[in-house]
Design a protein around this ligand. Structure first.
Ligand code: 13P
Ligand code: SF4
Length: 320
C-alpha cells in the first residue's frame, strides 16, 4: 500500500467535515477512495443518495462524468468530480442527433436510454434506466417495442428478461471493459470452483449472461454476496467490485471472471485529486448541465424513479 494513503485520507476526512461535503463513490472506485466515502454504490443507488441528501453543502462524486451530471441534475448542491476527464466511452455511442434520427424513423415509440449517456442524449429520451432497473423501467412502459441505447448487451438482458422488442439506437454500443469476458473463462473457473455462484453484469455479452447464474448491477452483486449462504462467487464485472467485496467479506472467496477487466476512466480519480477539490473547489472540477437541458433530463430521471422499484437481486435463470 502507498504509505501516503492514511495521511491523505485523514486530511480528506478533516476537510470533508469543514466543507460539509458528501463524498459518494461508485463501486469501481479504488478501495482507498471507497474507504473515505460516505456512500458507495451502483449508479441507481448513487442517484438516489444524491437526490435525497439534505444534510450537506456540496457533493464530491468519485465516479465517471455522466454519474456526476446525474447528481447535479437531481440535487440542489454544487457537484464536483475529482478527475474532470473521466468520460465513459460507452456514453459516446449515442448522441442526441442519433436519437432524433431514430425517433423520426419510429415516430411515437418510447425511447429508453441507459444512464451511461451524456446529458444531451438524455434530454432526447422519455425515460432513463440503469443496469439495476432496466428491466423494470422497460416493463413499466406497458408497450411491446422500445428504442433503447447505447448498450447492446444491456438491451439483450432486457429482451431476455421481458420478451419485449428492443430496437437498438446504436447496435455497436458496448462497454470495452465488460466486452472482454468470455464463456470459456467462466467454464474453466466453474470447473475449478464447482460450488461458486457466477454473477455477470448486464453489460457483458449475451452468451456470458447466459453462462452465469445471475445477472445484475454492481449493487445487486454486493447484496447477493452479503446475503447468500454461498462461500464462493465468480464475478464478471470490473475489478474494483471484486476488490471491494473481497475486502468486505474475508470469509468468502470472490473470484474475478477475468482479472484484466479494469475501467481506466474510473481509476482516474485519486485521493490527491479529492483533496485538491476539497481544498480549492476548483471551477474546472465543478460538474454542471446546461440550463436548457436540465428540465428534460430531470423529467427523464424522475420517470425512472417512478418505475417500480428495481429489485436489487433480479436473478435471470441460466438457460442451459
Ligand atoms: P452499475 O450501475 O451496475 O454500477 O454499473 C455502472 C457501470 O458503469 C457499469 O460499467
Ligand atoms: Fe463506462 Fe464500462 Fe467504465 Fe462502466 S466500466 S464506466 S460502462 S467504460
Amino acid at each position: 500500500m502507498d504509505s501516503r494513503i492514511p495521511e491523505l485520507q485523514r486530511r480528506i476526512l478533516e476537510l470533508k467535515k469543514k466543507r460539509r461535503a458528501l463524498i459518494v463513490a461508485h463501486n469501481y472506485q479504488p478501495l482507498e477512495i471507497q474507504q473515505i466515502a460516505d456512500f458507495v454504490g451502483d449508479s441507481l443507488q448513487l442517484a438516489r443518495k444524491c437526490a435525497a441528501d439534505k444534510r450537506h453543502d456540496i457533493i464530491v462524486f468519485a465516479g465517471v462524468r455522466f454519474m456526476a451530471e446525474m447528481a447535479a441534475v437531481l440535487s440542489n448542491m454544487p457537484v464536483y468530480i475529482p478527475a474532470p476527464d473521466t468520460l465513459c466511452p460507452l456514453a459516446g455511442y449515442v448522441t442526441a442527433s442519433k436519437i432524433r434520427i431514430k425517433k423520426r424513423k419510429y415516430p411515437g415509440m418510447p425511447v429508453v436510454v441507459y444512464v451511461n449517456t451524456t446529458a444531451e442524449a438524455k434530454s432526447e429520451c422519455d425515460v432513463v434506466c440503469t443496469s439495476g432497473n432496466a428491466v423494470e423501467v422497460v416493463q413499466s412502459l406497458g408497450v411491446d417495442t422500445v428504442l433503447f441505447g447505447p448498450d447492446k448487451n444491456l438491451a439483450d438482458h432486457v429482451r431476455r428478461a421481458t420478451g419485449i422488442r428492443v430496437i437498438d439506437i446504436e447496435p455497436k454500443g458496448h462497454c470495452y471493459v465488460h466486452q472482454q469476458f468470455d464463456v470459456a473463462q467462466i467454464q474453466l473457473l466453474r470447473e475449478e470452483h464447482p460450488d461458486a455462484v457466477v454473477i455477470a453484469h448486464p453489460e457483458c455479452p449475451l452468451e456470458v449472461q447466459e453462462a452465469a447464474d445471475m445477472v445484475g448491477s454492481t449493487g445487486m452483486m454486493a447484496k447477493t454476496v452479503a446475503e447468500s449462504p454461498a462461500k464462493e462467487f465468480i464475478l464478471a464485472t470490473e475489478i474494483g467490485m471484486v476488490e471491494q467485496l473481497q475486502a468486505a467479506h474475508p470469509d468468502k472467496v470472490i473470484i474475478p471472471a477475468y482479472n484484466g477487466a479494469r475501467c481506466i476512466q474510473m481509476k482516474k480519480n485519486s485521493l490527491e485529486k479529492i483533496l485538491r477539490v476539497l481544498e480549492d473547489l476548483p471551477q474546472e472540477n465543478r460538474v454542471t448541465v446546461p440550463d436548457e437541458l436540465v428540465p428534460r433530463v430531470r423529467l427523464a430521471l424522475r420517470r425512472m424513479s417512478k418505475a417500480p422499484s428495481a429489485a436489487l437481486s433480479v436473478p435471470v435463470p441460466r438457460s442451459s
